[in-house]
Each structure stands twice: as structure tokens, then as C-alpha cells.
Write a protein that binds this ligand. Structure first.
Ligand code: ZN
Length: 132
């Protein structure tokens, strides 16, 4: 059984809501904020491709819009186990707690746990503004 059972369940549920008529990919994300609240998101594509939003971004923006700005875990689900894209990694870095875990999962139940440092070395973070 997954150590991340609730996150996985939410990510799979939200993947089912994906609006992906172009890529046909169903992506689900679930995040856990500092206080243990969970938020889910799916990819929302647009016929004007620049209007497309990733599942991770939807979940993070839902949390931020509810006043939850510190993220403990991000769980990402795709059938094939795709990692988060570069833009999502940057958005995660804005709200990540220092030891935030990113769990990349697939339809077989495989889970790979990464740190943000693994995924985005030399991230441009809010701390950069303190160095001026
Ligand atoms: Zn993305």
C-alpha cells in the first residue's frame, strides 16, 4: 500500500476530470499543505495552446487562493509516470517547504520520490530578492 494513499486517490480522481481533448493525456495532481489540507488539480487544455494549465498548477493555485501557501508534498499522476514540467517546478519552488517531496507516479502504482533540489537545481526562489 502506498505511503501516499490519500494523495494518490485524490490525484487519480482529479485526473478523471482532465480537459485534454488535444493531448489526450490525463494528469492528476494532489498537494498537501503545511497544515495537512489536500488540494487536487487536473490539466485543463485550451484550443489556443498558451491557455493550457497543468494539473500541478491548478492544485497549487487552488491552495494559494484558499490562503495555503506552504506546500509539504506534491503528488503527480499520469498513466506513464511523467515528471512535472519546468514551469510547474518553478511554480512549486515559490511555495515549497524546505523538505517538500514530489512524488511521481504511474498507473502501475510505481512511485518515485524526489526533492525539489533534484528536480530544479539552482532554482530562482523568493530568497533571491533578499540578496540585492
Ligand atoms: Zn506543468
Amino acid at each position: 500500500m502506498s505511503d501516499y494513499k490519500k494523495l494518490r486517490e485524490l490525484a487519480l480522481k482529479t485526473a478523471g476530470f482532465a480537459h485534454s481533448p488535444y493531448s489526450k493525456a490525463k494528469v492528476g495532481a494532489a498537494i498537501e499543505t503545511e497544515d495537512g489540507t489536500l488540494f487536487g488539480g487536473c490539466n485543463v487544455e485550451n484550443s489556443s495552446f498558451g491557455g493550457t494549465t497543468c494539473a500541478e498548477q491548478v492544485a497549487i493555485f487552488k491552495a494559494v487562493s484558499e490562503g495555503k501557501k506552504r506546500i509539504k508534498r506534491v503528488y503527480v499522476y499520469t498513466e506513464a509516470g511523467w515528471p512535472p514540467c519546468g514551469i510547474c517546478r518553478q511554480i512549486m519552488s515559490e511555495f515549497a517547504l524546505p523538505q517538500m517531496e514530489v512524488i511521481i507516479s504511474d498507473s502501475q502504482g510505481n512511485e518515485s520520490v524526489k526533492s525539489l533540489q533534484d528536480l530544479l537545481p539552482l532554482a530562482f526562489t523568493p530568497d533571491e530578492y533578499n540578496k540585492r
